[in-house]
Design a protein around this ligand. Structure first.
Ligand SMILES: [Zn+2]
Length: 295
């Protein structure tokens, strides 16, 4: 008993929650906090028979308190990062995009092509379980900017999210940007962790692939993501203004294309800017209003 008393006299501050493997630093019990008890304060309590605020106050001693563990800060950074990642891809403009309001009327003479693409997307979502089992996604292609590729892919994302699926939407340019950010020593998130998120997301949508200058770095990065997703049959949706075939000259000696061929079914969007036509239509309506003759 005396030994125990001596021990606490010499080491009065004890960490109450024991380190466990749930903490990556093996400091806390995985809760993110370290709880301490100061036994010298407890000794004073013992002497006085109760925890006397006055004594604790005067002696400047706290009896029990908690401090954030190193893993807490790391976890906060990861949570914040995930939030950025998940929302960065879905433009605010498309927050309410659903099949119901996906209009093909601005596709002009190509309305038929747009309608086929829309129908394919609707069927993809309604047969999602079959698609998931075969690990298939879509490759939404059109050379023209503003043809509605992004809108269609984000509409699919919103519909799948409505059905309870976990979907990560990301602009292709942000894939490499997010990975590069981890080279900053304050990032708190490792390169492999980021790549893993893209590899392992239950559904991954990469918007506007191949707009970046193709480099070995991006080629290898895309390959490692797509190869993993092929292996694990994870649905992947990609939009692009290049065909899969055209991509083969751009990245990693055709290896990225060969993975995409395995992952995706190609869907064509019209070679017409639905976006421009939509703006034109909106402006026409407003111009009529602005320039109509006053009565
Ligand atoms: Zn910890």
């Amino acid at each position: 008993m005396k030994d125990v008393q001596n021990y606490y006299a010499e080491n009065p501050i004890e960490q109450i929650n024991k380190p466990s493997d749930e903490c990556p630093f093996h400091n806390c019990d995985g809760s993110g906090f370290l709880w301490f008890k100061d036994w010298s304060a407890a000794t004073e309590i013992q002497k006085n028979g109760k925890l006397d605020d006055e004594i604790v106050y005067k002696s400047d001693k706290k009896f029990e308190w908690k401090e954030p563990c190193k893993c807490y800060e790391q976890r906060q950074k990861q949570v914040e990062h995930k939030r950025n990642l998940a929302t960065a891809g879905i433009p605010k403009l498309f927050a309410n995009a659903r099949f119901q309001n996906f209009s093909t009327k601005y596709a002009g003479e190509n309305k038929e092509i747009a309608t086929i693409a829309k129908t394919a997307a609707i069927n993809y979502v309604s047969n999602f379980n079959v698609m998931r089992q075969s690990g298939k996604g879509l490759y939404i292609y059109s050379e023209t900017k503003g043809s509605g590729k992004t809108r269609l892919s984000v509409t699919i994302a919103n519909e799948l999210i409505d059905n309870g699926e976990s979907v990560l939407v990301v602009k292709a340019t942000n894939v490499s940007k997010e990975v590069r950010k981890t080279y900053n020593k304050d990032s708190g998130v490792g390169e492999l962790e980021i790549i893993k998120e893209f590899q392992q997301s239950p559904v991954l949508i990469i918007d506007d692939i191949a707009v970046e200058k193709p480099t070995d770095f991006i080629g290898e990065l895309l390959y490692s993501i797509f190869d993993y997703r092929v292996e694990h049959k994870l649905p992947t949706i990609v939009t692009s203004n290049k065909t899969i075939e055209e991509m083969s000259d751009m990245y990693s000696d055709g290896r990225v294309s060969s993975r995409l061929k395995k992952l995706c079914i190609e869907v064509y969007m019209p070679e017409e800017s639905m976006r421009d036509r939509e703006s034109e239509y909106e402006n026409n309506q407003l111009e009529e209003l602005l320039f109509k003759e006053a009565n």
